[in-house]
Design a protein. Structure first.
Lengths: 176, 101, 690
C-alpha cells in the first residue's frame, strides 16, 4: 500500500499526528538537558500511547495507561527527581556521557533491525476493526491468565514492601 | 491501519529508549528511558493483540501485566536511587563502579 | 758312547710290548674324589675347623690319608692291568675357535702318570700333614694353615688329574695361591711377605709362557683336551706341526717357573721363609714338580720329530745349568733349609735334563724318589730347627746324641740324595745318567755329552754339600744357646716312614731286574717311545757311586772338625768364587735393580701420574662434560626453552585475563550497551540464517 493510500484513511492521519508527537516527546526525554522537562515529555509520550491504544480498540488498556503510568509512575518520578536533588534548571551539570556515539550506533542498529524484520515479515497486513471489551478482558484475565494475575499481585506486594524497606531511614544512624 | 505502522513506531520509541539508557548519567533519567522502552513494548503488544484473532485477548492482557510490572519496577528503582543518593550525595550512574575489576 | 764299552749289558732300543689298557671300572669312575676330597676338607676347615678337637688337622690329614689309600689301591689295580681312563664333564660351550667350539670342561684322568702323582701327593702329604701337627703346635693360625695346606693338596691333585689344559691351568694357579698363602704364613715379618710375593710374581711371569702355549695349542687343535692335542701330534697334524715348536717352548717356559729352573729359580730359596712342612711338601716333593709333570704329560709333543723335539735341546741345557750352578750355591749356605732348597733346585735340574734327553721314565722316577728323600730331609731339618730354634748350622752341632731319630733319618735321606747304593736316589740318578748317555749316543750329540759330564760333576757337588750339612749339624760341639731335644713322636714317626720309603722305593725300577715303575708309567693312552735300559749300566753306576763317595769324602775331610771359628771358615773363602756363590751369582741383585726398582720407582710413579692425570682426567672430563651438558639442558633448554613456553602460556592466560577484565567496568550502562548490542546481533543472526 502506498503512502497516499494509507494517509487517505482517517485513522491513519490521527495515528500519524500522535506518532509524531510521541517521537518528538521521546526525543526530548532522551536528549533534554532539563530533567523535569524529560519527565514531563514522558507524560506526553505515554499519553500518546494511550490514545493509540484507544485507536486500536484497547480501551481498557489505554485508560489503565493513563491511570497508572501517567497518574502514578510519572508523579513518582517527579518526587524522585526532587528528593535526589537532580540538577534542575538549565545549568551546567552535564547529564549525558561524553562518548555518545556507541549508544547511537546501537540504537540505530536496533531500530534498523526491528523495522527491517517487521517490514519483511508483516508487510501490509491490516489490523481488523474491532474493540476489545473490558468484560472479555476481565474474563480472560481471571480465567486463562489468573495465575500470572496472582503472580503480578505478588510482585506488586513485594515491590511495595521492598520499597518501604529500602527507602526508610535506619533508626540509629541518621544518614543524609 | 496496517500493523507495521505500530511496529515501526514501537521500534522507534524503543531505540530512543535504548539511546537514553546508554547515554544518560542521572539515574532518574535512565529510569525514564526504561519507561519509554516499556511504553514501546506496550504498543507492540496491543498492536499484535488487535491484529491477531485471539479469544483471550492475550496481547492486551500482557500489556496490562507490563504496566503493572513497570510500576513495581519504578517503585523499587526509585527507592534504590534514593539509597544511593543518600550514600553518595549523587545520583550519577557512572560513579557507581565499585564492581569494576 | 763313553760308557757302552764298559757296560756289561748293552742298552737296548725300544719300549715294551703294547699292553691292553683297561678303563679302570668303578675305581676310575670315582677317582674324581681324589682332588675333591681335600678341597672339600678345606671348605669344612674354613667354616668349622676351629670347632673340631684337633682344630681341623684331623680333616686335612684324613683327606690326605684318603688320597694316599685310594692312590695305592689304584696303583695295585693299575699293576694288574694298566688303566687309561679319562672322564669329562662339560661346563660351558662357546663357539668361537677356528677349528671348533671352545668347550670348558672338568674331568679327571686315571692313568699311570696320574696315579703316580696321586701316590706322591697322598703319601708324602699324609706324612707331612701328620708331622705338621707337631711342628705347628701352638701356632695362632693353626686352623688356617691346614685349610691352606688342604687347598694346596686339592689344587695339586686338580693339576695332575686334569685331562684338559684349562683345568691344568686352574690347578696350576690354585697351587700358586696356596704357595703364596703358606710362604707368607707368618706374615707379621715383612720378609716373609716379600718372599711370598716374590714366589708368586716370578711364577706369574713364567706363566705367561704357559698361557701362550695353551692358547696356541687349543686354537690350532680346536680343543683344549690333552688327548686331542697328543692325538694331533700322533696323527702328524700339519697345522700343529707349524706351531709345535713355539707351543712346546712356551709350555716349557711355564714349567721353568713352577719348577724353578734358571733364571726363574730365584723364588725357591726365599720360599724357605714358610714353615718347614710347607717347604717339604710343596717346595720339594710336589708343587715344584708340576713343571716336570707338565713336560711328562705333554711328552709326545716333545718327543715327536717335526713337533717339539727341538725344544728338548733347550730343556736339557737349562736343566744342566740349573743343576750345576744352584748346586754350587748350596756349598756356601749357613741356613740348613737353604742348603736343602738349593739342593732341590739342583735335583729339579736333573729331572729337567732327563726330560730334555728324552728320558720320560728316568725324569719321572727321579721325581718320585726325590719326593721321598727330599721330603724327608726337610722334615728332619724342621725337626732340628724345632729343637734348636734356629735355622743356621752355625748354631748347631753335635745334635746326633740329643736327636737320634732326626739324625738317622736325616742321614738316610742324605745318602739317598747323594745316590748311594741301594737307596732310592742311587737308582733314579743312575737311570738319568744312563739316559743322558744314551741320548748322547743317539741324536743328542755333543750337547748331551756335555750335560752328562755336568751331571756327574753335579753328583759330586750334591754329595759334598750334604756331607757338609750332616757334619756341621750333627757332629762336633753344640754351638747354640738352647737345649736341643728330640721332637715329639708325631714328628718323628713320619720321619721314620719317609726314611723307609727313601730307602726302598728305588727297588721299583731296577733295570734288568724288575721295573714295575716303568710299566706303571707306560700305562697311558699315548705311547711314549722313550728308551729303557735293559740292564743296569754298571759303568755309569760305578762312576756315579765313585763320584758320590768322593764328594762325601771331601765334605768329611773339610768339615769333620766343623769349622767352628770364623778363622777356620775364612780358610774357605776363595776370593772370586765365594762371594759370587754367596750372592747367588747376583741374580737377585740384577732382578731387583733391573726390574723391581725401576717398576717401584719411575714406572710406578709414571703409572700413578697417568692414572691421576690421564685416566682420572678422562673421568673428570666426562664429569665436566656431563655438568656442562646439564647446564645447557637446564639453562638453555629447560629454563629458556621449556619454561619459557610454559611461562608464555601462563603469561598469555594472565594477559588475556587482564585484558578481559577491563570489560568489568562496573558501569551498568556499559553492560546494558553490550547486552543490547549482543541482542541485536543475535536477532540479525536469527533473521538472516533463519
Amino acid at each position: 500500500m502506498s503512502f497516499g493510500d494509507w494517509v487517505s484513511q482517517g485513522e491513519n492521519i490521527v495515528f500519524l499526528v500522535i506518532a509524531l508527537a510521541m517521537v518528538v516527546a521521546g526525543g526530548f526525554v532522551v536528549l533534554s538537558r532539563n530533567v523535569v522537562h524529560a519527565a514531563l515529555m514522558l507524560v506526553v509520550a505515554l499519553g500518546g500511547s494511550a490514545v493509540l491504544f484507544i485507536l486500536l480498540g484497547a480501551e481498557f488498556v489505554g485508560w489503565t495507561v493513563v491511570l497508572v503510568y501517567i497518574g502514578a509512575v510519572v508523579i513518582l518520578f517527579l518526587f524522585g527527581i526532587m528528593i535526589t536533588r537532580a540538577p534542575i534548571g538549565r545549568d551546567s551539570a552535564r547529564l549525558d556521557h561524553r562518548r555518545r556515539w556507541p549508544a547511537a550506533v546501537i540504537a540505530l542498529a536496533t531500530f534498523v533491525t526491528i523495522v527491517w524484520s517487521t517490514t519483511a515479515f508483516f508487510g501490509d497486513e491490516q489490523i481488523p476493526e474491532g474493540v476489545t471489551r473490558a468484560a472479555d478482558l476481565g474474563d480472560s484475565l481471571f480465567n486463562r491468565f489468573v495465575i500470572p494475575f496472582e503472580a503480578v499481585s505478588f510482585v506488586l506486594l513485594a515491590a511495595l514492601i521492598g520499597g518501604i524497606v529500602l527507602a526508610r531511614r535506619d533508626p540509629e544512624e541518621g544518614e543524609e | 491501519m496496517i500493523v507495521n505502522q505500530f511496529l515501526v513506531l514501537g521500534a522507534l520509541l524503543f531505540s530512543l529508549g535504548i539511546y537514553g539508557v546508554l547515554v544518560r548519567r542521572n539515574a532518574i533519567l535512565v529510569l525514564l528511558s526504561v519507561e519509554l522502552m516499556l511504553a514501546a513494548v506496550n504498543i507492540n503488544f496491543v498492536a499484535f493483540g488487535s491484529y491477531l484473532p485471539d479469544a483471550f485477548a492475550s496481547g492486551h492482557v500482557f500489556a496490562l501485566f507490563v504496566i503493572a510490572v513497570a510500576a513495581a519496577e519504578v517503585g523499587i528503582g526509585l527507592a534504590i536511587v534514593l539509597l544511593i543518593f543518600r550514600n553518595r550525595s549523587s545520583a550519577n550512574v557512572d560513579e557507581l563502579d565499585l564492581m569494576k575489576w | 758312547m763313553v760308557t757302552s764299552a764298559v757296560s756289561l749289558f748293552a742298552a737296548e732300543e725300544g719300549g715294551h710290548a703294547a699292553v691292553e689298557l683297561s678303563s679302570g671300572g668303578a675305581l676310575a669312575a670315582w677317582a674324581w674324589l681324589i682332588p675333591v676330597v681335600p678341597l672339600a676338607a678345606m671348605f669344612v676347615i674354613v667354616l668349622f675347623g676351629k670347632r673340631f678337637p684337633y682344630k681341623g688337622w684331623e680333616l686335612a690329614t684324613g683327606s690326605m690319608l684318603f688320597v694316599a689309600v685310594y692312590s695305592v689301591v689304584l696303583l695295585i689295580s693299575h699293576w694288574n692291568q694298566p688303566i687309561a681312563y679319562e672322564q669329562h664333564v662339560e661346563l660351558a660351550r662357546i663357539g668361537t675357535l677356528p677349528a671348533g667350539d671352545l668347550v670348558v670342561e672338568w674331568g679327571w684322568v686315571v692313568d699311570g702318570l696320574s696315579i703316580m702323582m696321586y701316590a706322591v701327593v697322598g703319601i708324602v702329604g699324609f706324612f707331612v700333614f701328620t708331622y705338621a701337627k707337631g711342628y705347628m703346635e701352638g701356632d695362632e693360625r693353626f686352623t688356617f694353615f691346614f685349610a691352606s695346606f688342604s687347598l694346596f693338596a686339592g689344587g695339586m691333585l686338580v693339576l695332575v688329574s686334569a685331562p684338559n689344559l684349562i683345568q691344568l691351568i686352574v690347578g696350576w694357579e690354585l697351587v700358586g695361591v696356596a704357595s703364596y698363602l703358606l710362604i707368607g704364613h707368618w706374615w707379621e715379618d715383612q720378609a716373609n711377605n716379600a718372599a711370598a710375593i716374590k714366589a708368586f710374581i716370578t711364577n706369574k711371569i713364567a706363566d705367561i709362557g704357559l698361557f701362550i702355549g695353551v692358547i696356541i695349542a687349543g686354537l690350532v687343535v680346536g680343543s683344549f683336551r690333552i688327548t686331542d692335542v697328543l692325538d694331533a701330534v700322533k696323527a702328524g697334524d700339519s697345522a700343529l706341526a707349524d706351531v709345535a715348536f713355539w707351543v712346546a717352548l712356551a709350555l716349557f717356559v711355564g714349567a721353568m717357573g713352577k719348577s724353578a729352573q734358571m733364571p726363574f729359580h730365584v723364588w725357591l730359596p726365599d720360599a724357605m721363609a714358610g714353615p718347614t712342612p710347607v717347604s717339604s711338601l710343596m717346595h720339594a716333593a710336589t708343587m715344584v714338580t708340576a713343571g716336570v709333570y707338565l713336560i711328562g704329560r705333554m711328552f709326545p709333543l716333545y718327543n715327536t720329530e717335526g713337533f717339539g723335539d727341538d725344544v728338548r735341546t733347550w730343556i736339557i741345557l737349562v736343566g744342566a745349568a740349573t743343576l750345576l750352578f744352584t748346586g754350587l750355591i748350596a756349598l756356601v749356605q749357613d741356613d740348613i733349609k737353604k742348603v736343602l732348597a738349593y739342593s732341590t733346585l739342583s735335583q729339579l735340574g736333573y729331572m729337567m735334563a732327563a726330560m730334555g734327553a728324552g728320558a720320560y721314565t728316568a725324569g719321572l722316577f727321579h721325581l718320585f724318589t726325590h719326593a721321598m728323600f727330599k721330603g724327608l730331609l726337610f722334615l728332619a731339618a724342621g725337626s732340628v730347627i724345632h729343637g734348636v730354634h734356629s735355622n743356621n748350622m752355625s748354631d748347631m752341632g753335635g745334635l746326633r746324641k740329643p736327636m737320634p731319630y732326626t739324625f738317622w733319618t736325616f742321614l738316610v735321606g742324605s745318602l739317598a740324595l747323594a745316590g748311594i747304593f741301594p737307596l732310592s736316589g742311587f737308582w733314579s740318578k743312575d737311570e738319568i745318567l744312563a739316559s743322558i748317555s744314551y741320548d748322547a749316543g743317539h741324536g743328542g750329540g755333543g750337547v748331551a755329552t756335555l750335560v752328562l759330564v755336568v751331571a756327574i760333576i753335579g753328583a759330586f757337588i750334591t754329595a759334598f754339600y750334604m756331607a757338609r750339612a750332616v757334619w756341621l749339624t750333627f757332629f762336633g760341639e753344640y754351638k747354640g744357646h738352647g737345649h736341643p731335644h728330640e721332637s715329639p713322636r708325631v714328628m718323628t714317626y713320619p720321619l721314620v716312614g719317609l726314611a723307609f720309603l727313601s730307602a726302598t722305593v728305588g727297588f721299583l725300577n731296577m733295570p734288568g731286574i724288575a721295573t714295575p715303575f716303568t710299566d706303571w708309567l707306560a700305562g697311558r693312552l699315548h705311547e711314549i717311545g722313550d728308551h729303557h735300559a735293559e740292564a743296569i749300566d754298571l759303568g755309569l753306576a760305578a762312576v756315579g757311586t765313585l763320584v758320590a763317595l768322593a764328594g762325601i769324602a771331601v765334605g768329611t775331610l773339610l768339615f769333620r772338625k766343623d769349622a767352628a771359628t770364623q778363622q777356620e771358615r775364612d780358610r774357605f773363602r776363595i776370593p772370586v768364587l765365594y762371594p759370587l756363590l754367596e750372592h747367588k751369582y747376583y741374580f737377585d741383585d740384577v732382578y731387583m735393580r733391573g726390574i723391581v726398582y725401576p717398576i717401584r720407582g719411575p714406572i710406578a710413579r709414571a703409572v700413578n701420574w697417568s692414572n691421576s692425570y690421564v685416566i682420572d682426567g678422562v673421568v673428570n672430563l666426562v664429569g665436566a662434560i656431563t655438568r656442562g651438558l646439564s647446564r645447557v639442558v637446564y639453562g638453555g633448554m629447560d629454563q629458556r626453552g621449556i619454561d619459557l613456553a610454559i611461562n608464555a602460556v601462563a603469561g598469555a592466560a594472565g594477559e588475556a585475563g587482564r585484558a578481559a577484565r577491563r570489560a568489568q567496568t562496573g558501569k551498568v550502562q556499559q553492560y546494558a550497551g553490550a547486552l543490547f548490542a549482543g541482542a541485536v546481533l543475535l536477532v540479525i543472526g536469527f533473521v538472516i540464517f533463519g
